[in-house]
Design a protein around this ligand. Structure first.
Ligand SMILES: *[C@@H]1O[C@H](CO)[C@@H](O)[C@H](O)[C@H]1NC(C)=O
Ligand SMILES: *[C@@H]1O[C@H](CO)[C@@H](O)[C@H](O)[C@H]1NC(C)=O
Ligand SMILES: [Zn+2]
Length: 440
């Protein structure tokens, strides 16, 4: 199917549903039904979830479509759909970037339906989660690849449908900011690596999405292995597998562990995939570059181009599991997904304002780890949003946090982040700054 008007098809589908005929029949029920939803069904289902939960959801499409014309649809779940709220962190989850890795796609459709339904059921945990988090779910980043994979379901080709319709692996298609970072490059390098890079429409759409939203936390769902993978994904010297920590290694390990340990099997010895190393010795997590180096991946791009921390989740050994496996896979991933989203609330957050109370856009937040007499700058500054907000994910410890901006006197605060007990929900401590102007 080429370019089409999704609205017309949605309309056709709902008429068929009314008559209780044919393919759209499953949608009599406005719940998720376990199956491999094709690209039309995916959009119909998201529409149904939106109709079921209009007060807490919104559908939107990224600025570009797939090569074949499918929209890259996102369902946003929040108590104020369409609006960023001051200091409410934004989380995104993307699946099916490799078109033949389809489990994440179904898990995200199921997740969107679950959050909507449980919110309506007054599930306290979900109501509270939505009350303080804005969640963006994109079940498929590569709908064209999915079509190829689904049409060749019985093929033994492990890679069919992985790339987009132009044959490009989207997880190698992002601007390679690691190279700039490792060479301690300057801002010009950074900008030119963005400009000079010819991207696929799917990649371009995601880059635009990342650069125009204040995302704090993200996951990228894949398949073919069972492990939670964290930055960096690329080695500095081109070697194929060398542990390459980012400045936020401790925080990323915590994020990956949160997923792996809340997943029913990821951290368990019995569940390792045949061809992989035994990640369960590391609790079901791995540094990306220690596993195998990837240049131009989405995970490192998020970290190096924005304030967003992304990890990559390999959800299972089978890339295209049979439908019968989907219910148990949902049980395997449900708690892991919810717990992961809650991690948008670890560390600290706050506002940077001037002495008149106006928010300061583009102020720098720098953190130094002073836990137990340590004295280590975490060499990854964040930048405040246009409303002067920041969210700094951190693990428990003692930190010196500095807010600074040109022509202002930097302000430094000492912050103690205490470990949470397991019953407590994560809650970012609010640490605000008021910067005074320099007078010469
Ligand atoms: C969360 O709930 C409180 C209390 O009902 C409300 O005042 C606040 O606006 C809600 N926040 C969001 C983001 O929905
Ligand atoms: C800061 O240092 C402490 C002690 O070494 C460690 O436990 C913690 O994870 C560090 N925090 C970060 C964000 O690296
Ligand atoms: Zn993949």
């Amino acid at each position: 199917m080429g370019h089409f008007n999704i609205l017309v098809l949605l309309l056709v589908c709902s008429i068929i549903t009314l008559n209780q005929l044919g393919q759209c029949r499953q949608s009599d029920d406005d719940h998720y039904v376990y199956k491999h939803h094709n690209n039309l069904e995916l959009n119909v289902l998201l529409q149904k979830i939106n109709t079921k939960c209009p007060s807490i959801s919104r559908l939107y499409q990224l600025t570009e479509r797939s090569v074949n014309g499918w929209p890259l649809t996102v369902i946003e779940l929040s108590t104020n759909p369409g609006q960023h709220q001051l200091l409410v962190p934004e989380v995104k989850i993307v699946a099916n970037m490799h078109g033949n890795e389809v489990l994440g796609r179904e898990m995200l459709l199921r997740l969107a339906d679950y959050i909507c339904t449980e919110y309506l059921n007054n599930n306290k945990d979900i109501v509270q989660l939505l009350n303080r988090t804005r969640i963006h779910i994109m079940p498929s980043m590569n709908p064209d690849g999915w079509d190829i994979a689904a049409n060749n379901y019985r093929s033994s080709d492990w890679l069919l449908g992985r790339a987009n319709l132009n044959g490009v692996d989207l997880n190698r298609d992002f601007p390679d900011l690691d190279v700039v970072e490792f060479r301690k490059g300057n801002k010009e390098d950074f900008v030119s690596s963005l400009v000079n890079h010819q991207m696929q429409p799917e990649t371009r759409a995601i880059v635009q999405w990342i650069l125009t939203n204040p995302f704090v936390l993200s996951a990228n769902l894949h398949g073919g292995a069972l492990v939670a993978n964290y930055p960096y994904d690329e080695t500095p010297d081109g070697s194929t597998n060398t542990y390459t920590p980012s400045p936020d290694d401790q925080t990323f390990k915590h994020l990956a562990r949160t997923y792996a340990s809340n997943h029913k099997t990821m951290a368990k010895q019995s569940s390792r995939c045949d061809n992989d190393e035994d990640f369960t010795k590391q609790g079901g997590i791995t540094n990306g570059a220690a596993w195998y180096s990837v240049a131009g991946g989405m995970q490192d791009f998020n970290y190096l181009a924005s304030n967003c921390f992304e990890i990559t989740l390999e959800l299972g050994c089978q890339k295209f599991p049979p439908i019968e496996k989907l219910p148990v896979e949902w049980e395997n991933n449900r708690e892991a997904l919810i717990s992961f989203i809650k991690q948008a609330h670890i560390g600290i957050k706050g506002l940077v304002r001037d002495s008149n109370g106006y928010s300061i856009d583009g102020a720098i937040i720098r953190v130094q780890n002073i836990t137990n007499g340590e004295n280590r700058v975490i060499n990854h500054d964040l930048t405040t949003t246009s409303d002067g907000e920041y969210w700094r994910l951190l693990t428990p410890g003692v930190y010196e946090v500095m807010a600074t901006k040109q022509n202002y006197i930097p302000e430094i605060k000492t912050v103690v982040i205490k470990p949470k007990s397991s019953e407590q929900n994560e809650h970012a401590e609010i640490v605000n700054f008021n910067l005074k102007k320099f007078y010469y």
